[in-house]
Design a protein around this ligand. Structure first.
Ligand SMILES: [Cu+2]
Length: 398
């Protein structure tokens, strides 16, 4: 009976172990796709077997002792005390093992902390519950960024380039982690923490906020997208464009009017003009706790939304991006969200009632604070016809 239970336990844990090793797990730390992740992986391959051997020895010995000396009603053995040889050995051997592990770990920590070889800077800001990326004006691999770029959810980087992330937060502590590219780094309000990432080949790499940050912590994800040099230059060029006004007398143009009424107070769309022809400027600081909301100028150039938690692409179009070969990835990604690929279901659900999709308030009745500020995107009580218009307008934000 006891043996059978042991066997069942062993089978269950081996099954879990094998599931954990599945090759298509996008957040697998054992599949590094860049320099820094490679360094961590090398260290893992040294520490893990060592710790494994020690673990097997210790558990084996315990199992042997439990079995060999189990209570069979025998008399108490003679009691002894102290054995200098065993005690010295049990001190020196672990100390030696830990010193070896320690030397390599410290070396790894110092190598990972190095940031004086970075070739590009991106500011990364966490807030409840999404990441904002802003690219200051700079020259990257010969491509000039003249207008600062502000985007969210998906971080776009050039391949083979050491990118310096300058992380901070607008509210609580978050932690940035793209396992395929590097380890974790906390984003702390009032501080700037540095993290260097680099990707060898074009592709898309998933991550997750790894510091508990409130109600929708589990819905705070991120993706890093690595593009080859030409594709990256094309991405930069597109991001620096202002949004174009929708054509006259279209549903999208009606959507623009709804947007100006309902959305511009939180969301910036660069180039958007008010009815009187002046620039429409968002004021998220007056409307949201964190003081920020995603810039929507190029919403359809990213393929996820709301903290990279929901897809802007239908599942078949999403698959085309995720399974593209490194050679084809860039063109698949740069297509953005075309009309037939738009996941209207989730986008409409979001506009209908965002907090129902992504919990934002512990008390759903008391949505806004007494100063009128919301956490995250509120339910705006939009009509279905306004939602139709908005979807048409948002689709023009390429
Ligand atoms: Cu977070």
């Amino acid at each position: 009976m006891r043996l059978r239970r042991f066997g069942l336990g062993l089978a269950a844990s081996s099954a879990m172990f094998l599931v954990g090793c599945a090759r298509n797990a996008p957040q697998d730390t054992w599949q590094p796709k860049g320099d820094n992740a490679q360094k961590i992986n090398k260290l893992d391959w040294m520490v893990f077997p060592l710790a494994g051997i020690v673990g097997v020895l210790v558990f084996g010995l315990i199992a042997y002792i439990l079995f060999r000396f189990r209570d069979k009603g025998q008399a108490l053995p003679t009691q002894s005390h102290g054995n200098p040889a065993v005690e010295i050995a049990l001190t020196i051997v672990p100390a030696l093992i830990l010193s070896v592990v320690g030397v390599f770990t410290f070396k790894g920590i110092f190598e990972l902390a190095q940031t004086n070889d970075t070739e590009m800077v991106i500011n990364v800001t966490g807030q409840q519950w999404w990441w904002e990326y802003d690219y200051p004006a700079q020259v990257v691999n010969g491509v000039e960024i003249t207008q600062p770029i502000i985007t969210s959810g998906q971080l776009v980087i050039p391949t083979g380039t050491n990118v310096l992330l300058r992380e901070t937060s607008r509210d609580v502590i978050h932690s940035y982690w793209i396992p395929a590219l590097n380890g974790k780094k906390d984003a702390v309000p009032g501080r700037i923490n540095l993290l260097r990432i680099q990707a060898d080949k074009p592709g898309i790499f998933a991550g997750q906020c790894t510091e508990f940050c409130g109600l929708s912590h589990a819905n705070m994800r991120m993706e890093a997208v690595a593009l080859g040099p030409e594709d990256f230059a094309a991405w930069i060029a597109n991001q620096q464009r202002n949004a174009e006004a929708p054509a006259q007398a279209t549903l999208a143009q009606e959507g623009e009017a709804v947007f100006l009424n309902q959305c511009i107070r939180c969301h910036q769309v660069n180039g958007l003009k008010k009815a009187d022809g002046t620039a429409a400027i968002a004021a998220p600081d007056e409307n949201v706790y964190s003081g920020a909301a995603p810039n929507l100028t190029h919403l359809m150039s990213r393929n996820t939304f709301a903290g990279a938690t929901f897809d802007l692409l239908t599942s078949s179009c999403r698959k085309n991006v995720w399974t593209a070969s490194p050679e084809e990835f860039g063109s698949a990604y740069l297509k953005g969200v075309t009309t037939d690929c738009l996941n209207q279901t989730d986008l409409r659900r979001w506009l209908r009632n965002a907090p129902a999709m992504k919990p934002m308030y512990a008390d759903p009745i008391k949505l806004a604070r007494s100063d009128g500020k919301y956490r995250g995107m509120p339910n705006l009580g939009l009509s279905e016809s306004d939602i139709d218009k908005l979807v048409a307008y948002l689709s023009t934000l390429k």
